[in-house]
Design a protein around this ligand. Sequence first.
Ligand SMILES: Nc1ncnc2c1ncn2[C@@H]1O[C@H](COP(=O)(O)OP(=O)(O)OP(=O)(O)O)[C@@H](O)[C@H]1O
Ligand SMILES: [Mg+2]
Length: 362
Amino acid sequence: MYIRQLRIRDFRNYNQLDVTFQPGFHLFTGYNGQGKSNLLEAIYLLGTLKSFRGVSNIQMVARGRKGYFVGGTVVSEGESYIKIWWSPQERKLSLNGQNITRTADFYGKVRCVVFCTEDIFLVKGAPSVRRRYMDLLLAQSDSSYLSVLQRYGQALQARNALLKEPVVNFAVIDSFSQELIASGIEITRRRRELIRRISPLVQNAYINIAGKNTEKIDLHYRPNIRSDMAVELAQARSKEIQCRYTTVGPHRDDLAFEMNGIPVVSVASEGQKRTWALALKIAQTEYLREIYGGFPILLIDDVMGELDTVRRQSLLPLLSQMVVSRGQTFMTCTEKNWPRELGLDMVEWKIEAGRIALDKYI
Ligand SMILES: Nc1ncnc2c1ncn2[C@@H]1O[C@H](COP(=O)(O)OP(=O)(O)OP(=O)(O)O)[C@@H](O)[C@H]1O
Ligand SMILES: [Mg+2]
């Protein structure tokens, strides 16, 4: 899969950008604050309708403009043309000229995996970061997951609002409990299956980075529901009244990362945490590749500066395979030292004040 053409209007510091890319390895170089990450953000948006930097849409509209446009042609089995227009008043999505109203019909046409400095929060951050990791991967591998997640979210929101009312009406609350339970069980089932399948990929990636004699690492799913959601929800009633929100369900799930049986957060060094974060992203890439038989688009933002030589080297086999199978990678960097070690053919682009120019083929 690769992006053949990218068109941007009034997005961040880009007023107007039209650029054509080949498959392969692309390097965006430039000084700080020129728009390198913004460009990765636009590509990621095509695949997920979200920023990977966790900001809202309004922040991505170029200052002083009404809304942004991001469009792109993506080539996989066939070619699709995707358009996103967003303003505070409306969002318009189109796929091959057809307007799309359901996000699920749009999602995942561009499959991408982003490697960024914030990945460390997969290890150090709140459980919500790890739930997002699972949900993104599930949505990328099966668009029907999004509708289950949406149904769950709506039922949860409705229940929580009702639990906050001065007089709590349990008859009304229970009309939402059914949907909550049905979709909650489904989410738990899919997350459990996902973790079962990606655990060996994470372990493998970790060993490839840290070496064969490294600590034994394990990844466990920690579902909030232990066995029967209906029973557990009923048992939590007095707690719900006390807390005034829904206390049971997959919105409270987590993942546990262990090294030699001990939670990573309490024993791992900073370097080991980084290795975990990288292994999780490599596993995401491998998983999507297994499912679709082709590479997702890799967006590598600034992480290379952070990684030591060993960890950089561990990305090499993946990147070489990506090139061979006509995948596509976009990487940003300010210093030009690292990519030369790669020994890959690459196209270098210069990014300056929201403009892109072909620098050279290396
Ligand atoms: N909504 C916006 N409208 C206009 N400009 C914006 C907007 N949001 C961000 N910018 C500008 O984009 C620039 C930052 O872009 P970006 O984060 O892509 O930089 P970068 O090239 O990745 O830099 P670094 O090397 O520091 O990571 C800043 O100059 C910032 O002022
Ligand atoms: Mg940046």
